[in-house]
Design a protein around this ligand. Structure first.
Ligand code: 4UW
Length: 539
C-alpha cells in the first residue's frame, strides 16, 4: 500500500549536515539544546557555528571522508555537535552504547574498524584501550574525549565556542555522494543472527527527516514561531534517539532538553523545570508514569504530546495515561534501524487507538503471507514488508544477509507481524524474527548463546524472549550442561552478566534441558521452546 500522502522532495545535492546547518540559520538565537543537569545550552546560531569549528579542527587534524569514527557517547548536548561535524566532513559515524563490555566493544570494532573513537568519559576510553591492548588487530589512531581539556585529546566544545569564528571553517566540507555514502553505521540484529552494521546513507536519513517532518510536526517545512520543548532522554546512539529525537527536532527548530541517562526523578524534574511539551518514550517509561508514586510530586501539565515507539504499547496503558495524566495526544510510530527508522506514523490529528498509523510519504508497506509471499488484504495478519527511500543500503560486511533481507524489487522484510484496517491504518501484532526487545533495547539471542557456549559447563544453549508486562520481553536461556557438570542457574546468569551489558541479563531465568530442539540443518527451533513456556507458564 502506497502512502496516501503526496510525496516529499528529498534533497540529493548536499549531505545531511549541510542540509541541517542551512536550516539552522533560520532559527537564529532560539535555544537548540539544553543540558537538563548542568543547564548548559546552545542556541541554533551557536550550534551551527561550533559544528563548523569542530569540523575545521577535525579536518586540520587529518580526518577525511575515508575514515570511520565510532561514537561511544552518553547523551550530552555535544553529541549532535560531534555527529554533525563528522557528517559535514563526509565521515561515516558508527555508534555504540558507552556501557558496552570489552567483548561487545571488540566484536563491534572488529566489524566496523574505526579509525578514531569519540567518548564522553575516561572510563570508556580506558576500556577501549584495554581492548586494543588485548587485540592487536584494531588500528585506532586516536580516542577523543568530549569535555574540557586540551586538544587533541579533548574535544572541548565549550572552549571552541569561545574562540573566534572564521567563515573559512565552512570550507572543509568534502563532496558527498548523498545516495551512496554511508552517514551512519548502526548495529541491529535484523531478522536473525548477530548484530550487524546497518548502512544508512545521507539520503536514507535525510529522507526520513523530511518524511517525518511532513507527518509529525505542526508546520513541517515552514518556520513556525512556535517551538516545542522536547524531552531527549532516550539514547542518541540508537536510531530512535539519533534520527527522530535529535535530527528531526533540530530540523524543526525545537528545543531539546537532554538527559545523559534515564532516571525517573531527573526526567520528571526536567519536564517540570523546562516545561517540556513533547515527550518521546518507550512503553516501560509510560508504565512508570502511571504506576510510580513519585510522578504526583511533579507538575507535568506542560506535556501536550507523548510519542512512543521501539516496542508495542498496549491500548490499556494509553487509556490509563489519558485518565491519570490528562495527556490526550498519545501517538506511536513504527520502524526499525534498517529504515532510518520511521515507516508508519499517525497523521497529525488522526490517531486510532492501538494503531501505529499510515505509511510515511514516499513509502510503500505491504502485508505478506510468510509462506506464500502473497500480498494480503485488510484485517489479515502477515509479515510487514517496506519499500521507500529510508530503507538501508544493506548490512556492512554481510552481502548475503542483505540480499535475504531486501528482495530484488527493493522490499525489506521487517520480520514483524501486522495488519491494516479498511482505512489503511496499520497495527503491529507480533514478531516473526528472533530478536528480543527488552525495554525497547534489541537483544540478539545468538549473541547470548555464543557467550553461553564459552561457559566451561555448558554443552549447548538456546535463548528466547518470554513476555513481560513491564519490559516487553525478558531473555531466558535453555541450557544443556556438559556431562558430569551441574552448573547452577545463578552461575549461568552471573556469567552472562559479566560478559554482556546489563539489559542482556537472563532476567527470564535459566532452564536446564537434555537437548536443544534443532532443525536438521542445526537451526534452533525457537517455536518449540516457546511452546514449552506456554505449557508451563510459571516455570
Ligand atoms: N510497536 C511494536 C511499535 C514498534 C515495534 C518498533 O531497535 P530497532 O531496530 O528500532 C527501533 C525503532 C524505533 C522507532 C521507529 C519509528 C518511530 O517512529 C519511532 O518513534 C517513536 C521509534 O526500536 O527495533 C525495531 C523493531 O522494534 C519493534 C519491531 O519489532 C521492529 O522491527 N518495534 N516500533 N510501535 N513494535
Amino acid at each position: 500500500m502506497k502512502s496516501p500522502l503526496p510525496d516529499v522532495t528529498i534533497p540529493t545535492e548536499h549531505g545531511l549536515a549541510h542540509v541541517l546547518l542551512d536550516r539552522m540559520q533560520k532559527f537564529g538565537s532560539r535555544t537548540a539544546l539544553i543540558d537538563a543537569l548542568t543547564h548548559r545550552k546552545l542556541t541554533y546560531v551557536e550550534l551551527r557555528q561550533v559544528v563548523l569549528q569542530l569540523a575545521g579542527f577535525l579536518c586540520g587534524h587529518g580526518l577525511t571522508n575515508n575514515h570511520l569514527v565510532l561514537m561511544a557517547c552518553q547523551n550530552t548536548i555535544d553529541f549532535p555537535v560531534v555527529f554533525l561535524a563528522l557528517s559535514y566532513l563526509g565521515i561515516t559515524v558508527s555508534t555504540v552504547n558507552p556501557r558496552a563490555k570489552p567483548g561487545e566493544l571488540w566484536r563491534l570494532m572488529l566489524d566496523c574498524e574505526p579509525d578514531y573513537v569519540v567518548v564522553t568519559d575516561t572510563d570508556v576510553k580506558n576500556r577501549i584501550k584495554n581492548v586494543m591492548k588485548e587485540h592487536k588487530n584494531l588500528h585506532i589512531k586516536e580516542i577523543f574525549i568530549v569535555g574540557s581539556g586540551s586538544y587533541p585529546e579533548y574535544l572541548d566544545i565549550e572552549g571552541l565556542l569561545k574562540e573566534e569564528f572564521h567563515s573559512s571553517m565552512c570550507h572543509h566540507q568534502h563532496i558527498i555522494d548523498v545516495r551512496h555514502q554511508v552517514a551512519a553505521l548502526l548495529y541491529s540484529s535484523g531478522t536473525t543472527g548477530l548484530p550487524k552494521g546497518v548502512m544508512l546513507s545521507h539520503y536514507n536519513i535525510l529522507a526520513n527527516i523530511f518524511q517525518i517532518s511532513h507527518l509529525v510536526f505542526r508546520s513541517p517545512f515552514a518556520i513556525s514561531n512556535q517551538q516545542d520543548t522536547i524531552m531527549a532522554s532516550l539514547p542518541f546512539y540508537h536510531v530512535y534517539g539519533l534520527t527522530i529525537i535529535q535530527l528531526c527536532n533540530l530540523f524543526s527548530g525545537n528545543k531539546l532538553v537532554v538527559l545523559p541517562t534515564f532516571n525517573l526523578d531527573t526526567f520528571l524534574s526536567a519536564i517540570e523545570m523546562y516545561k517540556v511539551s513533547f515527550v518521546y518514550l518507550v512503553p516501560p517509561i509510560a508504565i512508570q508514569l502511571i504506576k510510580d508514586p513519585r510522578v504526583s510530586r511533579y507538575n507535568l501539565s506542560s506535556i501536550t504530546s507523548l510519542f512512543s515507539g521501539a516496542a508495542p504499547i498496549s491500548i490499556e496503558l494509553i487509556k490509563q495515561i489519558k485518565k491519570h495524566l490528562h495527556i490526550y495526544d498519545i501517538r506511536q510510530g513504527y520502524g526499525m534501524t534498517e529504515t532510518s527508522p520511521g515507516v508508519l506514523h499517525p497523521p497529525l490529528g488522526h490517531v486510532k487507538l492501538g494503531s501505529v498509523g499510515i505509511p510515511l510519504p514516499n513509502t510503500e508497506v505491504k502485508v505478506v503471507d510468510p509462506d506464500t509471499k502473497m500480498s494480503l488484504g485488510s484485517n489479515q495478519n502477515g509479515e510487514i514488508w517496506i519499500r521507500g527511500p529510508q530503507v538501508m543500503i544493506g548490512y556492512h560486511n554481510s552481502p548475503d544477509v542483505s540480499q535475504q533481507s531486501i528482495d530484488s524489487d527493493g522490499w525489506l522484510r521487517s520480520g514483524d507481524i501486522g495488519y491494516y484496517d479498511e482505512e489503511g491504518f496499520f497495527y503491529i501484532a507480533g514478531r516473526l524474527k528472533e530478536i528480543i526487545k527488552y525495554k525497547g533495547y534489541q537483544v540478539s539471542p545468538n549473541e547470548i548463546e555464543a557467550v553461553l557456549l564459552t561457559h566451561p559447563a555448558v554443552a549447548d544453549a538456546a535463548v528466547i524472549g518470554i513476555d513481560d508486562e513491564v519490559a516487553g520481553q525478558l531473555p531466558r536461556a535453555y541450557v544443556v550442561p556438559k556431562s558430569n557438570h551441574t552448573p547452577s542457574a545463578s552461575d549461568i546468569m552471573q556469567y552472562v552478566a559479566r560478559e554482556l551489558m546489563e539489559y542482556k541479563k537472563l532476567r527470564g531465568g535459566v532452564e536446564f534441558i537434555n537437548q536443544i530442539p534443532r532443525s536438521p540443518s542445526g537451526k534452533v527451533l525457537r517455536q518449540v521452546l516457546h511452546q514449552l513456556v506456554k505449557l508451563n507458564p510459571t516455570s
